[in-house]
Design a binder for this molecule. Structure first.
Ligand code: MOS
Length: 703
């Protein structure tokens, strides 16, 4: 077994700005995405989705459609290959809605009822839109509220306990000099990656070859092997370039449909989703309803902490938007309680969406803390400083590092927080009321087992093989820098191969843990290779390869509270005649581990903060109670922040290397969105004197 080698910076590659190594391929169109591969005999599948929200399929009139030009097949519950859903995958039991075309039940609007396959995408689409499906409709319920009669407490999951409790909450609330008791809601929100979900699948000499857009080729391959009862070694999934994921790009109807059709037709088949289909097929962030009760002494010290979170799930699968988990490692109190409620409705199953739990949870809690600071007459940063926990409030575990206050100090200095007049509604600029706000941010730091191979080539260059996924984050470039540093080589002499399930087990691109997990494995292999090369001797033509596996190491890592932190600041202007809120500037300072590539890291932070702005002011999917479907489920109807909405956004970071990670990485993918909406809502209060506890802060709500 190899020892853990803490790489000494040699080239200084880590920490230097580096443009994406695949950037030229991307901007010249040489990079191929999953829906762009050409094969002889390539056929095109188009999903037909239900127009009702709940019921049974009575009939599907396939004959007229099969007679249309180019149509090759209409797969539906009566003829599609059966798939297995009775297995425990990496993420537990699969969502039955991914196992498409298996039965006649419709569980939500936009449920896949058929896959039409044709010679061209246009023919497939025309036929799918002409397909007549009749339903026996049943009444549906899509109305979410925390008090819904079917609300229940879910079981504990690997992502956390449903409920936590310590101390006597009622007694501490009663003994508190200052109490905040407020309800917050966040709406249904959708991720819509620039590259829609897409798959090209084919049988290649007895092997299933899948070119796909996903956040983990190995996860996708294992799920497909399970569902289609295949030997895992006979499934290969590749996703060399991925245009965004955000939690939505796991196994979906596109992969399952493409494999089904490729199997039935014995031809390569491509399935690409439309932007509208993504609104019902790829998951989304559940709406939340949260109640926060905080009790404090007059000096702001928390005595009572209660965060009650409710979200929805589908009737076929359980997903929890764990918003009440946010405060479990953030704020301590003599009595501390967090609860989770879930409401099953006739809607698509929600899923992970950038900072699942933390994004809506931080909106409620960081807004409530601002209310508490106001009531205590304390600066909101000072309130947080007075409530810094010594150990994990719920876990009791020590923190590996805890640099929240360093973020606030640096952020306050850069933003110009000192001397802020705390009174709300007193600053004017013509018809605009002005205000500033702040909020804290945190995200857990995790790592998943990964394997890597590093080869010293005979020509003096190096090749790294790791099953990472670069979903647009710049992971491939970060790993090039990490490998270069560990090898003592120039980045130009290191090539990195990623996103091929044949490369073996590796962490998925999620949980802000991809780069950290992969870099750990790459560093181990590279360091050992370097030691071996130091001994000297000629390199054979096939090179010298060292492989690493971090699973054993990670399993024995000491239990600690490991987190990234951030301080978010916003300045807003509120138009008193129209109710429009304009964010004039946002500034975030993060303690998120050692930054591998400042260029792409800044993209991640600023992208997350932009999403926080969008969440605060724009994003909201309307689910029509009568039809059960989202209204305007596309990027025309679903408002996201456009360039004109996004002012100067600055992201900075403080020195915060993770003490356990060989490179010092923590992970930066999600923390940028956390706390952003609260900082803006708190700034809107400071501008107007009115608390906004329901997102988005639309003009009609402001007036
Ligand atoms: Mo992220 S929501 O873990 O893909």
């Amino acid at each position: 077994m190899t020892t853990t080698t803490h790489a000494t910076p040699v080239t200084g590659a880590v920490g230097t700005a580096h443009t994406r190594v695949e950037g030229r391929d991307k901007v010249t169109g040489a990079a191929r995405y999953a829906g762009e591969f050409r094969f002889d005999e390539l056929a095109h599948g188009w999903l037909a989705l239900s127009t009702v929200t709940r019921g049974r399929i009575r009939s599907i009139e396939t004959a007229p459609v099969l007679a249309m030009p180019g149509v090759l097949a209409v797969l539906h519950h009566g003829n599609a290959p059966r798939v297995n859903t009775d297995y425990e995958g990496i993420a537990g039991k699969p969502d039955p809605s991914i196992a498409i075309l298996q039965h006649d039940r419709v569980a939500h609007a936009g449920w896949p009822v058929a896959l039409v396959v044709a010679e061209t995408p246009e023919q497939a689409r025309e036929a799918a839109e002409a397909l007549v499906v009749e339903y026996d409709e049943e009444p549906h319920d899509v109305a979410f509220s925390a008090g819904h009669p079917d609300a229940y407490t879910p079981g504990d999951s690997p992502l956390g306990a449903a409920d936590t409790s310590k101390g006597d909450l009622d007694a501490e609330l009663a003994a508190s000099a200052v109490v905040v008791d407020a309800e917050y809601t966040t709406p249904e929100e959708h991720h819509s990656a620039l590259e829609p979900h897409a798959t090209t699948a084919r049988w290649d000499g007895g092997r299933l070859d899948v070119l796909d857009s996903n956040q983990s080729t190995v996860f996708t391959a294992m799920e497909l092997a399970n569902m289609f009862s295949l030997d895992p070694a006979s499934v290969r999934v590749r996703s060399e370039h991925v245009g965004g994921g955000f939690g939505s790009k796991l196994v979906r109807a596109n992969q399952v449909g493409a494999v089904m059709a490729a199997t039935v037709l014995q031809r390569p088949v491509r399935v690409v989703m439309t932007r509208r289909q993504m609104f019902s097929l790829v998951g989304y962030r559940s709406p939340t309803a949260q109640r926060v009760r905080l009790g404090a002494d007059t000096d702001g010290r928390l005595r009572a902490f209660d965060h009650q979170g409710a979200s929805l799930t589908s009737t076929v699968h359980e997903f929890v938007e764990a918003c009440s988990g946010y405060g479990r490692a953030m704020y301590d109190a003599d009595a501390h309680r967090t609860t989770t409620r879930l409401v099953p409705l006739d809607v698509p199953t929600p899923t992970f969406m950038r900072a699942p739990g933390e994004a809506p949870g931080s909106f409620a809690l960081e807004s409530a803390l601002d209310e508490l600071a106001e009531k205590c007459g304390l600066d909101p940063i000072e309130l947080r400083a007075r409530n810094e926990p010594e150990v994990g409030p719920v876990s009791g575990l020590p923190f590996s590092s805890h640099n929240l206050l360093a973020c606030f100090e640096d952020g306050a200095r850069r933003f110009g927080w000192a001397g802020r007049d705390p009174r709300p509604g007193v600053r004017r600029d013509g018809r605009w009321l002005l205000g500033t706000g702040t909020a804290a941010s945190t995200f857990p730091v995790i790592a998943g087992p990964s394997t890597a191979g590093v080869t010293a080539e005979a020509d003096g260059t190096f090749t790294v093989r790791i099953n990472a996924s670069d979903i647009g984050t710049g992971a491939r470039t970060a790993l090039t820098l990490v490998a270069a540093e560990a090898l003592g080589a120039e980045p130009a002499d290191v090539r990195v191969h990623i996103a091929d399930s044949d490369l073996g087990l590796a962490m998925f691109a999620g949980g802000s843990a991809g780069t950290r997990s992969w870099a750990w494995a790459v560093t181990r292999a590279a360091s050992e290779l370097r030691d071996r090369l130091a001994v000297g001797g000629a390199i054979p033509p096939e090179g010298i390869t060292v492989r690493s596996d971090t699973s054993e190491l990670l399993a024995t890592l000491a239990q600690k509270e490991r987190h990234s932190y951030g301080a978010q600041f916003a300045e807003v202007a509120v138009d008193v005649t129209t109710g429009e809120v304009r964010v004039r500037r946002m500034l975030g300072v993060f303690a998120a581990g050692r930054i591998v590539n400042p260029l792409t890291a800044r993209n991640q932070f600023v992208g997350g903060m932009t999403w926080g702005l969008s969440m605060a002011l724009h994003e909201e999917a309307f689910r029509d109670q009568a039809s059960g479907a989202t209204v305007g489920g596309d990027l025309a109807g679903y408002h996201v922040a456009a360039h004109a909405d996004v002012p100067s956004i600055e992201a900075h970071w403080v020195d915060d290397p993770d003490p356990d990670d060989p490179v010092g990485i923590k992970g930066i993918g999600e923390i940028g969105i956390v706390g952003g909406a609260a900082a803006i809502a708190n700034a809107v209060w400071h501008a107007t004197g009115v608390r906004h506890r329901h997102l988005p802060i639309r003009p009609d709500r402001v007036l």
